[in-house]
Design a protein around this ligand. Structure first.
Ligand SMILES: O=C(O)C1=C[C@@H](OP(=O)(O)O)[C@@H](O)[C@H](O)C1
Ligand SMILES: C=C(OP(=O)(O)O)C(=O)O
Length: 428
């Protein structure tokens, strides 16, 4: 069996690191660059499996995408220039690729089929397909058009007004992309704000959007202009090193050029509420803001996490759970049922695996309750093929009294291809 042995409890944690580029922005830069007129040059693109799947899909639709001197060069074909793919578009493990493509392909004049890996083929797609059908989309899939593989016969779409039932940036983005190709003005509203990279980046490509709080209006038929995109470091990847610095006695880390988009910085708010020592030095505050973070080992206390902050830290909940095991008191996480439909059921995976290491943690219907502080022991744990579960368990090995054997760590390259190299850089 494929596994890795982690004996990290004697390491000191110190130094400086640049985490890889943001996954959400990397996907969108390739997608919008492909749809644009002219060339897009992407700097600090995340070369993780998910974003490589996005590149592969657009190449199959006739877009020239190359890597030159570490930058990704996309020669856009315009909104009408994508070609019918001759083969299935394989979206791998990536929910973002599949859901945003569903929106786009619905409005393009050709036939296409989307397929994913076992995990992705079990994730719900009707959240995207249902509103797209209201726009006139022709989509078929397993389980009443809810699961991949899905077939799409692109057609002329008409604008809708739609209130998002879940605070999902993927659903919102799919509808914005469909709205871009539709006739009329599409309006997407939501009660709770989700990450706004689509809105920010489309504007950078010259698309006019009207945004009033949680309401987005987009006029169909607009064109995109190629542009240069700098992708800041992914705060969701930085989160693992933030946690490491907070929980390993004596640790101090500097993380450079981390994306600080406010729709993503829930983890920083939570860490501060827990008493964590984290300093922010903002480098750029316009557009996709970013800056450096300095994090030091801290005496942490429990907190409560629920409501509107959840979409601002949804992917960080596995690692927040680990932080909570090292915090005095009872941490309660609620309103996070979305975790059940990620790469795996992340509530169950986190609770099961952290319990194996001796944590005092229980699952609830929409979150978890963690009683700290616990001493963690070693043990054999598994990733469930989920990159974020894998990285969280690898971080746990720095505070566990014995060896951690991590089964199937390969999935980590989905969002962080050189995670273990980076860990080695700052562990002395
Ligand atoms: O739009 C995006 O890039 C993402 C949105 C979130 O998913 P949901 O839209 O399902 O909340 C997040 O969990 C995912 O990692 C990336
Ligand atoms: C949920 C995630 O991604 P996606 O939905 O794109 O598969 C993630 O990266 O944690």
């Amino acid at each position: 069996m494929n596994h890795i042995r982690l004996n990290n409890s004697n390491f000191r944690v110190k130094g400086k690191l640049s985490v890889p580029g943001d996954k959400s922005i990397s996907h969108r830069a390739v997608m919008f660059g492909s749809l644009a007129e002219g060339r897009t040059v992407i700097t600090n693109f995340l070369r993780g499996d998910d974003c490589l799947a996005t590149i592969d899909c657009f190449r199959k639709m006739g877009v020239k995408i190359e890597e030159v001197n570490g930058k990704i060069i996309v020669d856009g074909v315009g909104t009408t220039g994508l070609k019918e793919p001759e083969d299935i578009l394989y979206t791998g493990n990536s929910g973002t690729t599949a859901r945003l493509l569903l929106g786009l392909l619905s409005g393009l004049p050709f036939y296409s089929v989307l397929n994913g890996d076992e995990s992705l083929n079990n994730r719900p797609m009707s959240r995207v397909a249902d509103p797209l059908k209201l726009m006139g989309a022709k989509i078929w899939g397993r389980e009443h058009d809810n699961k991949l593989p899905m077939a799409i016969r692109g057609t002329k779409l008409s604008a809708i007004q739609y209130e998002l039932p879940v605070a999902s940036a993927q659903v919102k983005s799919a509808l914005i992309l469909a709205g871009l190709l539709a006739e009329g003005d599409t309006k997407v509203t939501g009660k709770i704000q989700s990450r706004d990279h689509t809105e920010k980046l489309l504007q950078q490509f010259g698309v006019q959007l009207q945004i009033n709080e949680n309401e987005i209006n987009i006029k169909g038929g607009q064109t995109l202009q190629g542009t240069d995109v700098f992708v800041p470091g992914d705060i969701s990847s930085a989160a693992f090193f933030i946690a490491l610095a907070l929980i390993v006695p004596g640790a101090e880390l500097v993380l450079e050029n981390v994306g600080l988009n406010e729709t993503r910085t829930g983890i920083i708010d939570v860490v501060k509420a827990m008493g964590g020592d984290i300093e922010i030095e903002t480098i750029q505050s316009e557009g996709e803001s970013y800056g450096n973070l300095r994090i030091k080992y801290s005496d942490l206390k429990a907190t409560e996490i629920s409501g509107a902050i959840i979409p601002r830290l949804i992917d960080e909940i596995p690692i927040i759970a680990l932080i909570a095991t090292q915090s005095e008191g009872t941490t309660v996480i609620q309103d996070a049922a979305e975790l059940k439909v990620k790469e795996t059921d992340r509530i169950e995976a986190v609770v099961t695996e952290l319990k194996k290491l001796g944590a005092n943690i229980e699952a609830t219907k929409d979150g978890m309750i963690i009683h700290g502080k616990s001493k963690l022991n070693g043990g054999q744990v598994k990733t469930y093929g989920d990159h974020r579960i894998g990285m969280m368990l690898a971080i746990a090995s720095f505070i566990s009294s014995g060896e951690i054997i991590l089964e199937n760590p390969d999935c980590i390259k989905i969002s962080y291809p050189n995670f273990f190299e980076d860990l080695n850089k700052i562990a002395q």
